[in-house]
Design a protein around this ligand. Structure first.
Ligand SMILES: C[S@@+](CC[C@H](N)C(=O)[O-])C[C@H]1O[C@@H](n2cnc3c(N)ncnc32)[C@H](O)[C@@H]1O
Length: 249
């Protein structure tokens, strides 16, 4: 039986759905935590900050607003939301991701603040309608049940409040899509050997992106889970999709 300390730890199932074992997801992020931020910057060629800033803008982050940042990891998006003045509840179930984030992003000099919270995205430790917005960046793909995640975010956001989902996608046009699939995604696990503390996890990353629904299907899922006026746009040639919506009711 493999353990966390094995040389080749088990990886989660890259397909969306119930076969994705949340414990394997958590352990994988515990392993990659120390170099997670660095890998983000390297693999996105520095674009990741731009993606998260765009997400913070559409979330309406501002002084006096409370935003729950689900699957917050090391708080890369939480930090952008706090920079805009919001009070952020950064929720993640990986202790190591939270610990790295809390160490790196202490909140000094920010107009807003980040409260770090260890919890499962499917059982957020917040009362109904407690937040003005819920955000999730590169997290929804890792949940065993994306619909349940979106429903739980709808529970904690007040009517009229915002949902923002930032997630990898694939370019729509045929040629860039083939290049992205065959060149970029195939190169990720190889490049990960140079940068990360767990190269195998980046094989999971590439596979899970290939199997993730397209933006229209994700919009339909949000519309079916308590959100209205769902919109999206592609970033950086469509390799990332930014969805936003309003809490119905
Ligand atoms: C790719 S990281 C994204 C981190 C951060 N949002 C960012 O933009 O860098 C995905 C995060 O989702 C967290 N996660 C996955 N499933 C979760 C769950 N069921 N509950 C809470 N956190 C979860 C992982 O621990 C990990 O930190």
């Amino acid at each position: 039986m493999p353990t966390e300390h094995d040389r080749s730890p088990r990886l989660p199932d890259p397909r969306p759905g119930p076969d994705k074992d949340a414990r394997l997801v958590r352990r994988m992020f515990d392993r990659v935590a120390p170099r997670y931020d660095l890998a983000n910057t390297v693999f996105s060629l520095g674009r990741d900050r731009h993606w998260r800033r765009a997400a913070a803008r559409v979330a309406g982050a501002a002084p006096g607003r409370t935003v729950v940042d689900v699957a917050a990891g090391t708080g890369a998006l939480s930090g952008e939301l706090a920079e805009a003045g919001a009070t952020v509840v950064a929720v993640d179930f990986s202790w190591r991701m939270l610990r790295v984030g809390a160490g790196r992003r202490s909140g000094v000099g920010r107009p807003g603040r980040v409260d770090w919270c260890a919890a499962d995205a499917l059982r957020l430790p917040l009362p109904d309608a407690a937040a003005d917005a819920a955000t999730i960046a590169f997290g929804l793909r890792n949940l065993p049940d994306a619909a349940a995640g979106l429903t739980e975010m709808a529970r904690v956001v007040r009517p009229g409040g915002r949902l923002v989902v930032l997630e990898f996608s694939r370019p729509e046009a045929a040629v860039p899509r083939v290049l992205f699939d065959r060149v970029v995604l195939s190169a990720v696990p190889l490049a990960a050997r140079l940068v990360t503390s767990d190269p195998a996890a980046y094989g999971y990353l590439a596979d899970s992106i290939r199997r993730w629904p397209d933006p229209a299907a994700l919009a339909a899922l949000a519309a079916a889970t308590g959100w209205r006026a769902v919109r999206w746009r592609g970033l950086t040639g469509g390799v990332v999709a930014l969805h936003w919506a309003e809490r119905a009711g």
